[in-house]
Design a protein around this ligand. Structure first.
Ligand SMILES: [Zn+2]
Length: 74
């Protein structure tokens, strides 16, 4: 197997894993959301974020927390 085959094989596998992760997240979301209420501040979400867990400002805070937690290896 030459290097290109190996690389494209890895890419295909990574893409499949990524799709699985997205599907899992979507499934999880369906169970955990739907009422349009932010899980952090318990205020109603913005209309465009009814399917999100958090309102925009809490999501920004959460993004910052995630970056602090995982930022070093990104
Ligand atoms: Zn909020």
């Amino acid at each position: 197997m030459d290097e290109n085959d190996w690389a494209s094989n890895m890419e295909t596998r990574e893409r499949a894993a990524c799709v699985d992760a997205v599907r899992d997240a979507a499934r999880h979301k369906q169970h955990s959301t739907g009422n349009g209420i932010c899980i952090d501040c318990l205020e109603p979400n913005e209309p465009q974020r009814l399917n999100e867990l958090r309102c925009i400002s809490c999501q920004e805070d959460e993004d910052k927390r995630q970056k602090m937690r995982y930022g070093k290896r990104l």
